[in-house]
Design a protein around this ligand. Structure first.
Ligand code: CMP
Length: 143
């Protein structure tokens, strides 16, 4: 079953939005396969956001994502990568539609509440960065 990596960012955790966000993905029908509250190290942040290294906002991005606890999650379900992105809304909350997570709760492009993998390759990479295999459950009974 397809899996994706989603993360409630420090602003979302501080604003007590973990429950609201988890509720939306559960209500949609996706399964939570892994989750942890953690503070991201500088090294993990640089690695996770490596593709943005040359962007002018990279330093700000790393400073923010390491500034407080995040809630890292693995979700699974049919087409979960794209559907989760649709449910999150556009990166800039000012452009995100009402009814999406960023449209409903976000204010700025930096503090935009949630991160989600943008492709199967990113999902595999990001899940591997944040979770060990023993931290992800399976809903299918294995023999
Ligand atoms: P995310 O989906 O976590 O992936 C990269 C992040 O970079 C993105 O969400 C935004 O929060 C952040 N970002 C994008 N553009 C800017 C910007 N101009 N200034 C600060 N952060 C940005």
């Amino acid at each position: 079953m397809e899996k994706t990596f989603l993360m409630v960012k420090p602003d979302g955790v501080q604003r007590n939005l973990i429950g609201e966000i988890v509720k939306r993905f559960e209500a949609k029908g996706f399964k939570l396969a892994g989750a942890k509250l953690m503070v991201i190290s500088d090294e993990l942040a640089q690695n996770h956001y490596g593709e943005h290294k040359e962007r002018p906002f990279f330093g700000e991005l790393v400073d923010f994502i390491t500034s407080g606890p995040v809630f890292a999650m693995v979700w699974e379900g049919q087409n979960v990568i794209q559907t989760a992105r649709d449910m999150m809304g556009k990166t800039n909350p000012q452009e995100a539609a009402s009814g999406t997570i960023r449209g409903d709760f976000g204010m700025t492009v930096g503090k935009n509440v949630i991160h989600g993998s943008d492709s199967p390759e990113s999902a595999e990479r990001e899940i591997g960065l944040f979770f060990g295999e023993d931290e992800i459950v399976s809903y299918t009974k294995q023999d």
